[in-house]
Design a protein around this ligand. Structure first.
Ligand code: HEM
Ligand code: HEM
Length: 243
C-alpha cells in the first residue's frame, strides 16, 4: 500500500505547537515555585495551548475530512474492538484517520487543556479551590500523552509503519481514495499568524511590576503571579505599583 496525504498543515502545526507548549509548561510547574521568575512562562504557555486547542476545535468543524471531529472514531464498540486487537494482537482494522484509541485520546487531551486553562485562570484570580482540579487535569494529560506515545511505538512495531512521520509529512499508509486533495497551506499560515498574534499580544502586554498580562481580544487583565483574594492584580501590597 502507498502512503497517502491525510493530515493537513493546520493539524500538523497544531500538533507540534501543542506538544511544544504542554511539555515545558508541565516541566516548569513541577520544577519551579509558583512565585518564581519562570512561573509566568508556565501560564503563558498554558494560555497559548488553550488558544490553539480552540483553533483546532474550529478546524474540527471546517478542516479537511480526517481532521474533522465528525471523522473521529468514537463509537464505544469500535474502541472495545480496537483495545482487544491491540492487546491480543488479533484481527485489527486499519484506520486511515485517527483509530478509536487515538480519537478518544485526542478528545481527552483537548478537554484537559481547556480545563487546565479555565482552572489556571481561576487560580490566578484567587480561587484556590480549583488547585487540585488543575493538578488532576495536568496528570491526566501527561498520562494520556504517555499512552499516546506507547500507542505510537506499538503501532510502529506491529504494523511496520513509522507512524510518527505522519505528523511531519502528513502521509500514512492508506487507500488512494482516503487521501485529502490539499494540505491547506493557506489555512496553515492563518493558523500560525493567529497563534503568533495571540502569543505576541500576551507577551507584549506583560507587566513585570504587577506580573500581569492583558488577554488579547477579551481585554481582561490576568495576574500571572500568585493570585490574591481579589484577583484583579491590584491586591499585591508587597509590590510597588507607582509607575
Ligand atoms: C515525539 C512525540 C510525539 C509523536 C511522535 C506524536 C505523534 C503523533 C501521531 C503520529 C499522531 C496521529 C495519530 C493517528 O494516526 O491517529 C498524533 C496525534 C495527536 N497527538 Fe501526538 N505525538 C507526540 C507527542 C504529543 C504530545 C506531547 C501531545 C500533547 C501534548 C500530543 C498530542 C496529540 C494530539 C492531540 C493528537 C491528535 C491530533 C489532532 O487530531 O489534532 N502528541 N501524534
Ligand atoms: C498546558 C497547560 C497547563 C499545564 C500542563 C499545567 C500544569 C500544572 C502543574 C503540573 C502544576 C503543579 C501543581 C502542583 O503540583 O502544585 C500547575 C500549577 C499551577 N498552574 Fe498550571 N498548567 C497549565 C496551564 C495553566 C494556566 C493557563 C494557568 C493560568 C493562567 C496556570 C496556573 C497555575 C498556577 C497558578 C499553579 C500553582 C498552583 C499552586 O501550587 O498554588 N496553569 N500547573
Amino acid at each position: 500500500m502507498t502512503r497517502v496525504l491525510v493530515w493537513d498543515v493546520p493539524t500538523r502545526l497544531f500538533h507540534w505547537l501543542l506538544a511544544g507548549a504542554f511539555l515545558p509548561a508541565f516541566v516548569i510547574a513541577l520544577t519551579t515555585d509558583d512565585d518564581g521568575r519562570l512561573f509566568p512562562v508556565h501560564m503563558l504557555l498554558g494560555l497559548v495551548a488553550a488558544f490553539i486547542v480552540g483553533l483546532r476545535l474550529l478546524w474540527g468543524v471546517v478542516g479537511s475530512r480526517p481532521s474533522r471531529l465528525s471523522s473521529f472514531a468514537l463509537r464505544p464498540s469500535d474502541l472495545w474492538a480496537y483495545a482487544r486487537g491491540a492487546i491480543t494482537g488479533g484481527a485489527r482494522r486499519l484506520w486511515t484517520g485517527h483509530n478509536p484509541g487515538a480519537s478518544w485520546a485526542a478528545l481527552v487531551m483537548f478537554a484537559c487543556v481547556v480545563g487546565l486553562a479555565a482552572s489556571g485562570i481561576l487560580m490566578s484570580r484567587g480561587v484556590e479551590a480549583v488547585e487540585e482540579v488543575h493538578e488532576v487535569l495536568a496528570w491526566t494529560l501527561m498520562g494520556t500523552v504517555g499512552v499516546h506515545l506507547a500507542g505510537i511505538v506499538l503501532h510502529t512495531l506491529r504494523e511496520r509503519e513509522v507512524i510518527a512521520l505522519s505528523m511531519l509529512d502528513g502521509r500514512r499508509v492508506g487507500a488512494p481514495g482516503d487521501a485529502i486533495a490539499s494540505p491547506r497551506p493557506i489555512a496553515g499560515l492563518a493558523f500560525l499568524a493567529l497563534t503568533g498574534a495571540w502569543t505576541g499580544g500576551l507577551v507584549q502586554s506583560y507587566d513585570p511590576a504587577t506580573s500581569s498580562v492583558v488577554v488579547p481580544v477579551i481585554g481582561a487583565q490576568l495576574l500571572l503571579g500568585e493570585g490574591g483574594e481579589g484577583g484583579e492584580g491590584d491586591d499585591h501590597e508587597d509590590e510597588d505599583e507607582d509607575d
